[in-house]
Design a protein around this ligand. Structure first.
Ligand SMILES: Cc1cc2nc3c(=O)[nH]c(=O)nc-3n(C[C@H](O)[C@H](O)[C@H](O)COP(=O)(O)OP(=O)(O)OC[C@H]3O[C@@H](n4cnc5c(N)ncnc54)[C@H](O)[C@@H]3O)c2cc1C
Length: 398
């Protein structure tokens, strides 16, 4: 892989940064305070082409690939984590599996309005008793008197309070209780029997609404099934590979923001007659931040490049790492585990270097510190990521 940006990349990155600096960054504090993202953010990012970067041309996208997408994701995360999450849940978590497994009709029904920012989507997997333990999902679509009725509850769902559409994972059962396994259903949230809880109060990412979805005898149809009946688990696991890549970009972007803020602060803040970056303990913390940021960024870019290779060669490519084949599930888990651990540490250093000021909401690092914890929880906790990596490593040793 060549790590040098092409002229085209440079132009794209500069343009996208200018856009975020003007249209996203200045609103981040207000979004955090109000606990709400303006709908115009979705539309502006769509107009900028951000939401269509992984969408094929035939469906109105630019299909620029994962590497270019993570360049843009890093920048958006640097300016506003809440916007990053909500737009990502709509276009990434809901949109990308739809593009990969949806029928032409389903794609035409949902994708244009999701990608234009006119409608908002979400992905409903987690339930009160099923987070890490996805197989314990209790939501069920069961046939009754010829109708297929969905009952259940989803929780901690990004965008649930504002979503127009949802992909919902539920067991598919026949009238006699025979199960076909977890199945992904595409549903409009204004369908009879669907209701939403209030936005949940969170420690961070306050502008990105999170909440519950309830399903009471919601009539669903076979035409609502994404992919095939019983293939929901596989579809969601595939979606999680992309989610982990995207969370890696979120962590890297947040680390970049911490570095920028802390460099600025440590240059101007003076103690004992000199700028604080000249004190060795502070300089070492800054060095530590830089190392963690750069190491994560290299892993992020290499993983994105592998995913581009993997999709362009239709999954036949085998990457090697020290002579071993690389499995992308494990690689994206490795990335998220490392980048989220480092990002939490980097945010901690950023606040520490700001001293008392770092504890004050008027400094950006306070928000970054609150926001970043999601990296170690969302898209599968760090403990689950380690299990994935360990499982893959054990297969290589065998
Ligand atoms: C802000 C936010 C946004 C979210 N957005 C979405 C969304 O859009 N869609 C969605 O479906 N979900 C979403 N989630 C849910 C998220 O994916 C889950 O919270 C996460 O997967 C953990 O599940 P849990 O909360 O049930 O924790 P649990 O699974 O109950 O885990 C509790 C603790 O036990 C550990 N643990 C569990 N099992 C094991 C094990 N086998 N071995 C070792 N340790 C274990 C975990 O690592 C964790 O430390 C979101 C969560 C948050 C906080």
């Amino acid at each position: 892989m060549n790590f040098e940006y092409t002229e085209d990349d440079k132009k794209f990155i500069e343009e996208f940064r200018r856009f975020c600096e003007k249209e996203i960054g200045p609103f981040a504090e207000e979004i955090d305070e109000k606990g709400e993202i303006p709908r115009s953010h979705f539309k502006k990012l769509a107009d900028m082409g951000y939401t269509g970067m992984l969408v094929p041309e035939e469906f109105g996208g630019t299909n620029l690939g994962y590497l270019k997408t993570v360049y843009a994701q890093e920048i958006l995360a640097e300016y506003c984590g809440a916007t990053f999450f909500s737009v990502g849940a709509s276009c990434g978590l809901m949109g990308l599996p739809l593009l990969e497994f949806g029928t032409k009709e389903q794609i035409q029904k949902y994708i244009p309005s999701l990608m234009s920012g006119e409608k908002i989507g979400c992905l409903g997997v987690t339930e009160p008793d099923a987070g890490s333990d996805v197989a314990n999902i209790k939501s069920v679509a069961r046939r009754k008197n010829g109708k297929l009725l969905l009952n259940g509850q989803k929780t901690y769902i990004t965008n649930a309070p504002i979503a127009d559409f949802a992909t919902v994972l539920a067991d598919y059962q026949e009238e006699d209780g025979k199960s076909y396994g977890l199945t992904a259903f595409l549903i409009e949230t204004n369908r009879k029997g669907v209701s939403k809880g209030k936005p949940m109060k969170k420690m961070g990412l306050k502008g990105s609404p999170t909440g519950e979805l309830f399903f009471e005898d919601v009539e669903v149809y076979d035409s609502d099934i994404l992919g095939r009946r019983g293939r929901g688990f596989m579809i969601i696991m595939d979606a999680f590979n992309r989610e982990r890549l995207s969370l890696g970009a979120y962590c890297v972007g947040t680390m970049a923001a911490c570095l920028a803020e802390t460099r600025k602060f440590s240059r101007t803040r003076k103690t004992f007659g000199r700028p604080i970056y000249k004190h060795q303990s502070v300089a070492f913390m800054l060095a530590d931040m830089l190392i963690k940021y750069e190491a994560s960024r290299v892993l992020l870019h290499e993983t994105a490049w592998m995913m581009d290779e993997y999709s362009s060669k239709k999954k036949s490519v085998k990457h090697t790492h020290n002579g071993y084949p690389v499995d992308l599930t494990s690689r994206t888990a490795e990335l998220k585990l490392m980048a989220s651990t480092y990002a939490r540490e980097v945010c901690n250093n950023a606040v520490q270097i700001h001293g008392g000021a770092g504890y004050m909401e008027e400094y950006k690092v306070a928000r970054l510190y609150r926001d970043i914890k999601i990296g170690e929880i969302g898209g599968g906790t760090s403990e689950i990521q380690k299990q994935i990596v360990a499982h893959s490593e054990a297969k290589r040793i065998k």
